[in-house]
Design a protein around this ligand. Structure first.
Ligand SMILES: *[C@@H]1O[C@H](CO)[C@@H](O)[C@H](O)[C@H]1NC(C)=O
Length: 237
């Protein structure tokens, strides 16, 4: 079977052409398996609820070559809902909380890794993460007031530099080109949008030059890592 190990992008399926070669064609949304749980619904950037992500990507494929196809992405998990506007004040706070959260995620991986290795590479562990983990001044995970997060960022700025790079490298995979596309950002964005109403405005602002891609420098800037010497490609694994 020529389609046996042939991989097609999301929204496409493999078919064998007349010369018995595998080709990817758009999947008919009708052939997507129906959702069995409510959380399989997804909200598209057209603010339409799709039964499953299969439905969304099959629909996107059917509009390929058109503006609509180009602009349709998975916005977030779950049915579309009303998302309150994000005020400028909230938008300024958002990166502070997210930066703290990134650091905590890394710390959690580090402590989990000591029980069952594999979450982090040796290089990550030994050089970058260990330093943060062992720093006694580290703010422990918790729901901290914004002014404390602000002060901690000023005092312990260097603790935040690596986590911001780490998250970038976790997302920059398809392809690994130092730019994050909408679909590369999706694993971080999609679960966050329904819970944090500033997520979309934040990521839109991150793309400072509005080319639909977030570069490492833009990423660093939107997390407050501003100095050129602190944004370092060598920190990306
Ligand atoms: C998106 O759809 C939801 C649910 O139908 C609705 O409540 C919300 O107002 C819509 N948002 C926008 C920006 O149109």
């Amino acid at each position: 079977d020529p389609c046996g190990n042939f991989h097609c992008k999301r929204g496409r399926i493999c078919e064998v052409d007349k010369e018995n070669r595998p080709v990817c064609i758009c999947q008919d949304p009708m052939t997507c398996p129906p959702s069995t749980k409510e959380f399989e619904h997804v909200c598209g950037t057209d603010n339409k609820t799709y039964d499953t992500s299969c439905q969304l990507f099959a629909t996107k494929c059917s509009f390929e070559g058109t503006k609509k196809g180009h602009h349709l992405h998975l916005d977030y998990r779950g049915a579309c809902k009303y998302i309150a506007p994000c005020t400028d004040y909230e938008l300024r706070q958002f990166p502070l909380r997210m930066r703290d959260w990134l650091k905590n995620v890394l710390m959690q991986l580090y402590s989990r890794d000591s029980e069952s290795p594999g979450f982090l590479t040796e290089k990550q562990k030994n050089i970058q993460v260990k330093k943060i983990f062992e720093n006694e001044k580290r703010l422990k995970a918790g729901d901290h007031p914004i002014d404390l997060l602000v002060r901690d960022f000023e005092k312990n700025y260097h603790m935040y530099v690596y986590p911001v790079h780490w998250q970038f490298s976790q997302l920059d995979l398809h392809p690994t080109d130092r730019f994050l596309s909408h679909s590369e950002l999706a694993p971080l964005r999609a679960p966050l949008v329904p819970m944090e109403h500033c997520t979309s405005p934040f990521f839109n602002e991150c793309d400072a030059n509005k080319d639909k891609l977030v570069s490492l420098i833009e990423w660093g800037h939107c997390f407050g890592i501003k100095a050129a010497e602190d944004i370092n490609e060598n920190l990306l694994l």
